[in-house]
Ligand binder design. Structure first.
Ligand code: SF4
Ligand code: SF4
Length: 260
C-alpha cells in the first residue's frame, strides 16, 4: 500500500532536549501525532531510526562541534524543509551568550584545559542557520505545546506556520500584571517574542528573553531606558545576551566602540 504520509525526522544537537521532550509530553495527542505522519527518526523515543529522505526535519539544539556541522548538512541534504526547533536552534541558546569569541575561547580553556579533542572538535555555539538554510523558525525554551500543535496541524494541512507577532508585554497587559519594568526590574518583555503567555511576569519574575527577539525589537530604546533606570551596561548586556547573544553581537560591539 502506498504511504502518502509526510516523512518527518526529529533531531537533537546541543541543548537540553526540552523541545523533543515537549513533543513526548503531548500525552493526549501523541498517538494522533504518530498516526498522522511517518516518523523516520526520533532518537528520544525510537530505536529503528533511518537516514533516508524527509519531507520535514525538526532540528533542536545549537551547533557546537564540527561533527554537528556535518550532521546538520546531511539533514539539510535529505529534507525538503528544515525547522529550527526551539531557541537553541533559532538563536544559539544560552551556550551562545558569549558575544566576544575571545571570551568563549577563554571559558573553553577554563573548563577543558589542554584536553586533546579526538572524537570531534568544539566550535563556538551558533544557531543552525549559520550553516544551512532554514525554512521555518519555532522559538521557545522550550517551545510551548500549543505552539508545536498549532505548527504541526498547519503543516499537515499544507499551510505555513503562524508567527507570534507581539512582544511578551502585550500578553502581560492582557493578564493585568503590574509592570515590573516600572517597578525598576530588568524585564526584557518589550524585546521578546510572545508565545509563552507571559508566564514569568505572571509570577512576578522579570522576562529573561528566552523566546528571543520579537520582530522589530527596539534594542536601542530598551537599552537607554534600562540605563536611565540605573542598570549598568554590563548588567544589560549580560541579560540581553543570555538568549539572544548571536542577534545582539553587532549592537554591543558597536556600542563598545562609542566614546563613553
Ligand atoms: S512586566 Fe515585563 S513583560 Fe510585563 S509589561 Fe512590564 S516590561 Fe512588559
Ligand atoms: S516570560 Fe520571557 S523568560 Fe519567561 S518564558 Fe516567557 S519569554 Fe521566556
Amino acid at each position: 500500500m502506498k504511504n502518502d504520509k509526510l516523512k518527518i525526522g526529529f533531531y537533537e544537537l546541543t541543548g537540553c532536549a526540552g523541545d523533543c521532550l515537549l513533543v513526548t509530553d503531548c500525552e493526549m495527542e501523541l498517538i494522533d501525532i504518530f498516526n498522522a505522519v511517518d516518523i523516520q527518526s526520533f532518537a528520544m523515543v525510537m530505536s529503528n531510526n533511518t537516514d533516508g529522505e524527509l519531507d520535514l526535519a525538526l532540528v533542536e539544539g545549537s551547533v557546537t562541534t564540527e561533527k554537528e556541522i556535518e550532521e546538520l548538512k546531511d539533514i539539510r541534504k535529505r529534507a525538503k524543509a528544515v525547522v529550527a526547533f526551539g531557541t537553541c536552534a533559532v538563536l544559539g541558546g544560552v551556550q551562545a551568550r558569549f558575544i566576544d569569541p575571545k571570551e568563549w575561547e577563554k571559558n573553553l580553556k577554563i573548563v577543558y584545559g589542554n584536553t586533546e579533542f579526538t572524537h570531534t572538535k568544539p566550535v563556538q555555539s551558533k544557531p543552525i542557520d549559520a550553516f544551512i538554510d532554514v525554512d521555518f523558525y519555532l522559538p521557545g525554551c522550550p517551545v510551548s505545546k500549543e505552539q508545536f500543535l498549532n505548527f504541526f496541524t498547519r503543516i499537515l494541512k499544507g499551510n505555513p506556520p503562524e508567527h507570534y507577532p507581539n512582544p511578551v508585554c502585550v500578553t502581560c497587559k492582557y493578564n493585568e500584571n503590574d509592570c515590573l519594568l516600572k517597578k525598576g526590574e530588568l524585564c526584557l518583555g518589550p524585546l521578546t517574542a510572545d508565545g509563552c503567555g507571559s508566564i514569568c511576569p505572571n509570577h512576578n519574575i522579570p522576562c529573561n528573553g528566552c523566546w528571543g527577539p520579537v520582530e522589530g525589537a527596539n534594542v536601542t530604546s530598551e537599552f537607554y531606558l534600562l540605563k536611565e533606570k540605573g542598570f549598568s551596561v554590563d548588567e544589560i548586556k549580560k541579560k540581553m545576551a543570555n538568549f539572544s547573544g548571536t542577534k545582539i553581537t553587532d549592537y554591543f560591539q558597536q556600542l563598545d566602540k562609542e566614546p563613553k
